[in-house]
Design a protein around this ligand. Sequence first.
Ligand SMILES: [Zn+2]
Length: 290
Amino acid sequence: MPYTFQVGSTRCHILTDGQHPADGGGFFGVVPRLLWQRVIKPNADNLIPSDTRSLLIESDAGLILVDTGNGDKLSVKERQRLHFTGRTDRLVGELRKLGYAPTDIDIVVLTHLHGDHVGGATRWATPDHTPGPLIATFPKARYLCQRLDLAEASFPNERTAATFHAHNWEPLLANGQLQVVDGPQRIAKNVRTEIAPGHTAALQMVWVEDGEENLLFLGDACNWAVQMNRLAWVPAFDIFPLTSIETKRRIRQEALERNTLLVFQHDAQVVTGRLVEGERGPQVQPEIVE
Ligand SMILES: [Zn+2]
């Protein structure tokens, strides 16, 4: 079930496209398993659960959806690997629980173009999700992505290619639904993006700020809550690991000073939390946990 709460007078919902097993080493990079397994215990294959959350914001500019999960264009083999067998329309199903249809979404912010964030941006036009013509999952929405990230995704190298699939965004470029932007954007009166380089060149996070209250949807700027405390625990996925440490240091300082509600996209345990001073520096005090 989605989590619904207010940020000032702005209603927000956290949805999920589902949890799936992922390699623990991917999330914790060169950190020895002996250390990170105290936070999350891997199975015999070294897999840990990973969530794929999205944020839905009821803004004055309309309904804003941040990220779209893995979607339903995965091959049978990929679906089995992610344990999505038989489960389709996961994110769309979460929207329906809130009384919304895909046609209700006005703006889709893509934090970056990795498959687990933009897979659900387009879908096969067939009702049973078998390959065919591609269409936008959210037909009336304007989609936003960063120019540098689109460049990186369009011309990947051997290291970055595996997670970039052009069919997730090309149909949107072709029909004019994808707005390619440069740098931070004001999306609505209370919603803006901020660039957080490290995981990718121009990952965009999303702020909701209303009166004294504020929320930060981190995207992959910080995968697991513990990584706000342990800055050196950089995921193997980050293409600029040292930049990602400095980005996190900056975010952490601001979030601590502003008592920001942080939303974690992949952490299978901590959905939201706020920073408090701890023995080893700022650490996340969880609010919503699973
Ligand atoms: Zn991700």
